[in-house]
Design a protein around this ligand. Structure first.
Ligand SMILES: Cc1ncc(COP(=O)(O)O)c(C=O)c1O
Length: 445
């Protein structure tokens, strides 16, 4: 078979399994209400941020390009942003990467040493997988999503098998995210840290936290869940990305000065690439200004309203349901994780606040998403292999600028879809039209 035939066969196979990825036509999305992007604070459309950015650009000494790798051209703006973010996030040192993907891939490929182990939540981002695959580590162990018993079992097994882990002669890295983007679940971070510290009293258990989706959303000034919990000194490395709530590009890795120095020498996605352009740095600076001024609070009121509207009673059919963690109150989830609500800096009346990511499970995510589009609403279908089989969903992402009226439209449109889908299926059943008729009836919706 020629290369062309092989590539086509792979794409056709994806097409048949309904998992072929495609770029959306941006002009088709322009008029839709955004329930899809990671722009949680709506900063990408903020007139205040835009004005600030344009003014700062106009005044900046350097705007275009960056001239090369950080190792060749250590831009003044880059170094200043690192120093600022080390202070903002209360970290000993900070290192910029061109993206969160590069930071994870670069860190995990080089920092864990031969003989070390990496243990990771089964839902961890692809960039961590890529880094670990490129590393010199043979022991790569997943644990069940957010499960402390599963993490403990994995760590205990590793200790039993590897005496150097008990003596402190080798290390284990535990990779987790704070807010998982597919389920909107929050990591039990305090228990994770406590478990690792208990099992590795020599201090050779290292927790590495990816705050991509919690940056700007949780913690004082949106500094993330680690800051909300006051765990800064007990986390080995923290990643904050700029591309989601901050509406910019790039990422900062918060580490010790030693690890920073090591990454400068060994992290290939940092060494062999042109560093962020000066305009990117100005944009990130402006977004952090907004966080410092309190932008993070705004999305929280709307999140509460939406989860109330999507009560489990309304959404508990086979066609539409909420993930289990959303049917338990957020206050109970926080209590289970021993997170005081005050530490998340949310007002008490918002103590039931879940995350701005609300997955609505359905066996038919594409037709539901298509129905929403016709109603002017953009909420994307997420299907296997991005999520496990049987956990297909339409994911709703909320933003500061979504209005209550838009949320009402979204909820009604979902219920309207479920009712008409069900009615069509009932009609088909009554007529005993067989499988073919089901397809025809569904196609009409
Ligand atoms: C959890 C997580 N980590 C890392 C990344 C990568 O970040 P970036 O988009 O800056 O490459 C993403 C984004 O897709 C993410 O969701």
């Amino acid at each position: 078979m020629s290369l062309e035939d092989k590539l086509n066969a792979a794409l056709t196979s994806r097409e048949k399994r309904l998992i072929r990825r495609r770029l959306y036509d941006p002009s088709a999305d322009a008029h839709l209400v955004d329930f899809s992007t990671n722009d949680y604070l709506s900063l990408s459309r903020s007139p205040a941020l835009r004005a600030r950015f344009l003014a700062r650009l106009a005044a900046a000494p350097d705007v275009l390009g960056s001239g090369g790798s950080r190792l060749l051209v250590n831009g003044h703006a880059h170094a200043a942003l690192e120093a600022r973010l080390a202070r903002f996030f209360r970290a000993p040192a900070a290192l910029l990467f061109n993206s969160g993907f590069d930071a994870n891939a670069g860190f995990f490929a080089c920092v864990p040493q031969p003989g070390d182990a990496v243990v990771f939540d089964e839902h961890i981002h692809a960039s961590v997988h890529d880094g670990v695959r490129a590393s010199r580590v043979a022991a790569r162990v997943p644990f069940a999503h957010n499960s402390i018993p599963s993490l403990r079992a994995a760590l205990e097994r590793l200790r039993d098998e590897r005496p150097a882990l008990v003596s402190g002669g080798s290390s284990v890295f535990v990779a987790v995210e704070t807010l998982y983007s597919m389920d909107g679940t929050l990591a039990p971070l305090l228990e994770i840290v406590e478990t690792v510290e208990e099992l590795f009293p020599h201090g050779n258990g290292y927790v590495v936290v990816d705050e991509a989706h919690s940056t700007g959303v949780y913690g004082p000034q949106g500094r993330g869940l680690v800051a909300a919990l006051g765990l800064e000194d007990r986390i080995f490395a923290r990643l904050h990305t700029f591309g989601k709530a901050l509406a910019a590009t790039g990422a900062i890795l918060l580490v010790t000065p030693l690890v920073r120095d090591y990454l400068l020498n060994y992290a290939r996605p940092l060494i062999y690439t042109t560093s962020l352009s000066n305009a990117n740095i100005v944009a990130a600076e402006c977004s952090f200004d907004m966080l410092e001024e309190g932008e993070a609070q705004k999305v929280r009121t709307l999140v509460l309203y939406t989860t109330d509207a999507l009560t489990p009673q309304q959404l508990s059919t086979q066609l539409l349901s909420l993930c289990a963690h959303l049917t338990t109150s957020f206050a109970a989830q926080l209590a289970a994780r021993r997170i005081p609500t005050s530490l998340l800096s949310i007002p008490t009346e918002l103590a039931e606040l879940p995350t701005p990511i609300i997955p609505v499970l359905t066996p038919h995510p594409r037709p539901l998403s298509a129905h929403l589009r016709v109603r002017g609403l953009n909420a994307r279908p997420i299907t296997w292999p991005t999520v496990p089989k049987g956990a297909d969903r339409v994911r709703i992402c909320l933003h500061s600028q979504n209005s209550v009226e838009e949320v009402d439209r979204l909820v009604s449109a979902m219920i309207e879809w479920a009712e008409s889908w069900q009615a069509a299926q009932d009609a088909v059943q009554r007529e005993k039209g067989g499988a073919g008729a089901v397809v025809v009836a569904q196609a009409k919706l």
